[in-house]
Design a protein around this ligand. Sequence first.
Ligand SMILES: Cc1cc2nc3c(=O)[nH]c(=O)nc-3n(C[C@H](O)[C@H](O)[C@H](O)COP(=O)(O)OP(=O)(O)OC[C@H]3O[C@@H](n4cnc5c(N)ncnc54)[C@H](O)[C@@H]3O)c2cc1C
Length: 493
Amino acid sequence: MGSSNEGGRLFFQSETFETTKRNRRKPSGRFIQEPARSLPVHTECDVLVVGGGPAGTAAAISAARAGADVVLIERYNHLGGLSTGGLVIWIDRMTDWQGNHVIRGFAEELLSRLKPEMIAGPGRHEWGSRDPNRVAYWALRTAAYHDTVTYSPTLDPEWLKAESLAMVLEAGVHPIFHAWGARPLVEGDRVTGCIFESKQGRRAVLAKVTIDASGDGDILAGAGSDFETEVDARDIHGCMNTAWMFAGVDMDAFLRFRAEMPDEYGEFMARGREALRFFERPVVSWRNDVALFMGPRLAGYSALDVEDLSEVEIRSHQLMLEHLAFYRRHAPGFSGAHLMVSAPQLGVRHGRRLIGTARLTRDMWDGRVAPDEIGVSPSLSPKFANVSIPYGALVPGRTGGLLAPGRHLSCDAGSHSFMREIPQCWLTGQAAGAAAALAADHGIEPAAVPIAELRSRLARQGVFLNPLAAEKPAGELDAKGLAGCSDDATVRA
Ligand SMILES: Cc1cc2nc3c(=O)[nH]c(=O)nc-3n(C[C@H](O)[C@H](O)[C@H](O)COP(=O)(O)OP(=O)(O)OC[C@H]3O[C@@H](n4cnc5c(N)ncnc54)[C@H](O)[C@@H]3O)c2cc1C
């Protein structure tokens, strides 16, 4: 994936496809009144997490481990969100450009539970390597950019679901599946829980702190928190598509074709574009016989418009069949390909972004350390320093009782390009869970959580943190438990 800097904004050069919308029903313009009614309170808890994706799973586990009574509601039947149900099985970079492992904590723990046959990627000894042979090998396999080998593996989504569920249950979280968080309960300017829809109708969960981990900011928007949303057809950020996987392939054969026969590969891609117009190339998975397609990326649709969501589903599924026929016929390694699965969850990159008490913006990619840092993200390219993530990016400005980690956190669109990635969502989810437990325990608002206490808790959970100016010298930090920084040197390649 290449990138360019246009007018201060980073646009990705991944291929995107703008389409003409069709199949739309026009609103009739009429309204009806929904009668008021009493709702049963399904349960009460310290911390309610809405959404069981990467952010929600990490948040629930982190809060429960901190002693909170935690309920998690999820509209589907599994945990992992887009990383499992969306077949986004390529976990983006957790190392920086020097090979340091900076996204750790929950991410490290979860991935360490996967056996070698469930996850594929470079070993620790290769992270940060600039050996041209290793870079060439991993560049074809999701794990080398800018001439550097990175820790960005692919994995088996079913095992990620299984291990996420095991961790949630081990931590004592109470998950409720098939429950759609419909509307936050708001008293004054505080969220006090959420109404969910299920086969039992509408029910309420009351909570001291609610964590919106829906990815699209459903709860924060319902609570009246400020947010921003845009449909930018020029940017991958605004694209949607349903991913799929083909089985029965030989990806090594396809990758040899791509690397060793560049002219023929170029002709193949041109022919595919001509035949299908919207054409995508496969990505490796954790197995040689399974190919992943995370596009074609359909541009110009809104993740907040149900007619758009429906149309993207229809077009993606049609494109899957067209790709199967084309690849079987023309792509080396694909003659025996067959449909394995289309993603149960639609791939949405952006719906809403919170406007929080802090906002992660492009000018903060210069290596500065946020005074309320809750984790560190690798930067987009070696010309930028690691990015320090402020706690305030999860905290709604005007709404109490609520936190919003994951891909709807508070940032500009350029920063969203990496802050929406799975490891970053694990990171912000883990921080939100720890903060929510602290707030519930101390009887305070999430915005008032003592940062030193939060950071010390995160460090004990293995999160990598920069020392803050106020906390120096680093030796003292280690003594306080900010251990995530201390053994980092050992993971340099
Ligand atoms: C096509 C595509 C390709 C991508 N490629 C990569 C990649 O290569 N590497 C990478 O690291 N990242 C990638 N991403 C980004 C990444 O997958 C997501 O941004 C990340 O999963 C977001 O995590 P999240 O927990 O914030 O939200 P989600 O993963 O969206 O999870 C939200 C969860 O909440 C549930 N939910 C939503 N609303 C409600 C509700 N109202 N009530 C109850 N439950 C609800 C959903 O069912 C879901 O389980 C990609 C994304 C897409 C779409």
